[in-house]
Design a binder for this molecule. Sequence first.
Ligand code: PMV
Length: 296
Amino acid sequence: MGRGIGYAKTIFFGEHFVVYGIPAIGIGLSKKIEVEIEKSSYMKIESNHADANLLKGIEAIKTAIKVQDNFIVKIKSEIPMRSGLGSSAAISVAFVRAISDEYKLNLSDEQISSYAYESEKIYHGTPSGTDNTLATFGGAIIFQKREGGNLITPLKIGKPFHIVIGNTDKRKSSTSEIIAAVKSRKEKNPEIYEYFFNAEKKIIEFAIKAIEYGNLEELGELMNLNHGILSAIGVSSKENEDIVQTARNMDALGAKITGAGCGGSCVILAKNEKNAEEIANEIKKMGYFVISAMVQ
Ligand code: PMV
């Protein structure tokens, strides 16, 4: 029997734009997914969330690692699926770690992340690689998709801060469908999208400085700006707007979509711990799943 874990993540800044090579800021969360594998004569996934696609991703990983055995794959998850919290990457990373454990492969974190990426391609078409990176390493990183090897830079947190993530569980489209829809809107209005891309680049540049220097007011402001751009490129929803507005009305420093959007999750920067607790309670009352975390 082999076991492994993968972490949930939040894309703090730069979702969607990261697919086109703009740096993104990601944060690993302590919520995790555990995978246990047991050799069997056939492949079977035991999970509340199992679907055909999940099995395809797992098979892609097996092919990449050149494992021919079949397994009963037991998935225990602390995070909802299709929520913008990187659940699919967390499953993939946990599965690769379970394989490494089962066959005593001693895979490095870099190898684990790169095998997990094989299944991310099945789930998301052209994913940036942020999710498998954060699901493997945790921490806070700047991630940039690049030909010939992604650039991953650890990010220094100047001053700890409190975030709240509200998950609407209302996503009708998959990440790859949302990415494809953004691409087609971009192709219809290339000149206007050029402005969005340039603005996003500046937002990320300033957000990195704000995080490093602990300038949380500025960071919140930048989150609000980033959310405006995500709405403009068509990835917001009523549920996302409800969460964002509720948090801002409660004096959050900033709030935005995190992940692919169109439902899914929002991330909120709270003023302090008490503010985070109050916002988390309010979002729970709205009927949504909540994760609170201190980033340090
Ligand atoms: O909602 P999620 O966890 O599938 O995040 C998708 C984030 C995108 O930037 C839209 C895609 C990617 O691969 O980074």
